[in-house]
Design a binder for this molecule. Sequence first.
Ligand code: NAI
Length: 294
Amino acid sequence: RQAMDSVRDKVAFITGAASGIGFGLASVFSREGMRVVMADVEEKALELAAGALAEGGAEVVPVQLDVTDRDAMARARDRALDAYGAVHLLCNNAGVNAAGPLYRVTYEDWDWVLGVNLGGVVNGVTAFLPELMRHGRDAHVVNTASVGGLVGMPGLGIYNAAKFGVVGLSEALHADLMESGVGVSVLCPGVVRTALTTSDRNRPAHLTSGQATATGESDEPSANEASAMGTEPLDLAEQVLEGVLENRFFLCTHPEFREIVAERNAVLNASFTGTADPALVEAMRGLVRPIGRG
Ligand code: NAI
């Protein structure tokens, strides 16, 4: 099994690093001796977050970045290369949510959430792959999806569409990078104690819809409950570190979703009809390399 032996002295580039899971990843990876480029759209929060880690002795560089901006992504990569000469670990983690049933959401909701949650991963992967592939098995990509990338949920249609996209992209990337040795993981957490319920704070004016979606109402009981009971980002980040070092693809950190995902898998499995031609089965096995087949 190919995997990074150690992260020490390597360089991480983390998006959405000013808060929540991204900040947890920056904390844990820098503690492990990595140099960390912390990218985030929220400038003030980023400054504070990077300052806090630097004060604790971490080697970090803050870079203001909107992950939907492709030119800015390329510039941020170049900043990272100027600062540290390499990038070994890319964490495409920045994400937002605009909740609400699909009969009530707006095109602005769609464009914003797909743009950040899926488009941001597309841009990160595209900008960094040449650099990562230069390092072979010393490089790794972690894409933050969600259990919302494994099962559809009421009121989360846009988020589901984006996160299913991240899971699919990551599976294909894993197959595409097999030869190169670069590792890929997709992080699918359940509830984590972060500021995701107030992600409207980073919504650009041109994608602000007239209608209020659930994210605009952060004092909703459900939102407060969720942020009061989630996993601590630092604990989650420890699991990500372990997953990277073991080169595991799916990082499913919340076992309370296991049965729900299993139910979906069972329905999916049972939905295939007819009898397959063995020759076609063989042909498909030659064409498709799902996760689990080396
Ligand atoms: P958070 O709100 O605490 O952190 C997200 C960070 O992303 C913030 O610092 C924010 O400024 C940044 N960001 C937002 N838009 C950006 C943009 N356009 N460009 C660059 N940075 C941007 O939320 P959290 O929970 O830490 O979110 C991180 C990831 O984890 C997201 O992809 C989210 O979908 C995912 N996730 C979160 C779960 C949870 O329960 N909190 C569960 C499953 C997945």
